[in-house]
Write a protein that binds this ligand. Sequence first.
Ligand code: ADP
Ligand code: MG
Length: 732
Amino acid sequence: MPRITARFDTLAAAKGWDGDARSGAAGARAVPESMDIETLFGQHTFGLAEMRARLPKQVYKALCRTMDHGEPLDPSMADVVALAMKEWALEKGASHYTHWFQPLTGSTAEKHDSFITPNAGGGAVAEFNGKELIQGEPDASSFPSGGLRATFEARGYTAWDPTSPAFVVETNAGCYLSIPTAFASWTGEALDTKIPLLRSMSALDGQASRALKLFGVDSRVTATCGPEQEFFLIDQEFFYRRPDLMTTGRTLLGAKPPRGQELEDHYFGSIPDRVLAFMMEVERTLYRLGVPVKTRHNEVAPGQFEMAPIYENANLAADHQQLMMITLRKVARNYGMACLLHEKPFAGVNGSGKHLNWSLGTDSANLLEPGDTPHDNMQFLFFCTAVLRAVERHQDLLRASVAHAGNDHRLGANEAPPAIISVFLGDQLTDVLEQIERAGTATESKQGGLLGLGSPVLPNLPQHAGDRNRTSPFAFTGNKFEFRAPGSSQSVSFAATVLNTIMAESLDEMTTALEAELAGGASFEDALSGLIAAEVRRVKRIVFNGDGYSQDWQDEAERRGLLNLRTTLDALETLPGEKNRALFEKYGVLTHRELESRHEVALDQYFKTVNIEGETTADMAGTMVLPAAVRYLNDLVAAADRTRTLGVETRGLTRTVQIVNELVDELRDALDALVAQNAELGGEDVHSKAYHVRDNVIPAMAQVRSAADRLEKVVPDDYWPLPTYRDMLFVK
Ligand code: ADP
Ligand code: MG
């Protein structure tokens, strides 16, 4: 008799998906909803078109100047904007508004307030004024502050970000107006990810436009980001039957299935119908919110997918990235699925990242566009060298910007980029830099030419001057850099903040050097090529075009003296160092205290994440796996008993009893050890607690998992209490 039939129920449920959304806004429908992009796009945002139509001309123009040129907005305009925004939101059916912000948890927060204002006659009207638009006052005491706020100082402020359009969120039950805001303590210190990002954008703008003046270009400069999002989808039934997925986002137990991603038939394969339906609804929802999602495809692992937007300015891109994560999670439920954003939901199967494409541009040009002949594009070479210089100097910061518990399962684990930060430039640029290194200047650029395919009916293809490289953490991809280390669940804000800030510093120092040369009478051309050559020679160790996964690279990187910060804690250690403090202070991005607080919060989050994983592993092993194994053992022993009374030889049975028994012993011992480590707090401060969980809890969890995963391979399928990897990864 099967003891546990839950798994069969879930399989039946997953099979029962009938090609329509089960619930939610999509409802059951016969004809697909329209995908008319021109109508959908921005339908739910209070964007430029709405503002132009609803605001007095001078208010509209002032807002445009704030959005396009970063000019401060006259607060007296807020009442007018608030009124128009409210009218628009009411027409969309909104009853409430919220200041939407991004605390240091990495996700977003909102507190809703109704527009309701009672009036004298016992009725009510909907009101919303400029003060409510500009400033909110959520209780800050329950958000991480890393010591910036004592518990008795609960006050915090949210402040309207007029550069990111407000939007209306639609649910089955009703709608609300969501206003992107920054979040600070009542002393004005940043408690969020938006404030430093905006500050870093303006630091970068300042230094880049200063540099550009030397090239005769007068323009402001914007940091641009296009974050690609990888994720897993599994049937919701499985999700709710896995306490580990529910509480930690990843499977803490689970044996590798006989078939994983070996066949390589999933990547870019035809997208399963249910997933495609889900993606289309995600796209419709995001289009309405003004998020320009563009690409969708299957990823490498079974059950893994990717969606990516077109790039936008870094602040908008970061807000939209949060909306994308929220939407993916929400919409999945309408299709009976759960969207897993964790970096490593399944051990032994590829993990998920969030490639952060980053560049900087003037109002009319991308500053990292090399053109066809990069060797004589001195402005490009200047900016590109500045990037190399920034990465070389601040490997530690880039690594720290993506440090969190989930990402430790990817970085350096032979699939995602290694923990060593280096730059891939490709053949063409590397060749140009080598010419510069040898001779001080470059005289030619390798060209790609045309690629013939050997059949007259197929076109000749223009071939790029260099191949792609998937193993580099920071790759030049034609006209932008792709930072591949951010984890799939992480906010991109801090990574972008770091990129902007280190680039601002590079540009500042290189421009200052140039200006000094010019003041000394050098010609611009000579000063520039001399500077580029000197910098290239100084920082070339950061360039690496080979296989980032290989052991050879680990050895080579060590010879080059590059950092290899393997775990979150190694990386976080470097964050508040003197170099980084000075950098963030100098460019007005983070004060010393704000940086310290981020360090504290990151350590705390690391500790809590691993602590919860440790407790969950112990619970599941103790209350699910061990009982299943013991039940099986009990049946085996009873069978052995009966056969003995019959006088039957039971060699196989006895051997099976021994195997299961040994594994039960092993699991019990490992579980006891884990429980003991979980009970140990690891000291008083967050620092020693974090090291305790890394050095003691993680190894103890691994021991439990090892025994549990081997039991999964011997305990009968109908006794096993958890959905298996096979169920979760292959039921579509
Ligand atoms: P790949 O396949 O090389 O990753 P994609 O065309 O998929 O290239 O682009 C990846 C991301 O890079 C997209 O989000 C795209 O908008 C973004 N991107 C393109 N140009 C820029 C740029 N100048 N700045 C920032 N991101 C960019
Ligand atoms: Mg890409």
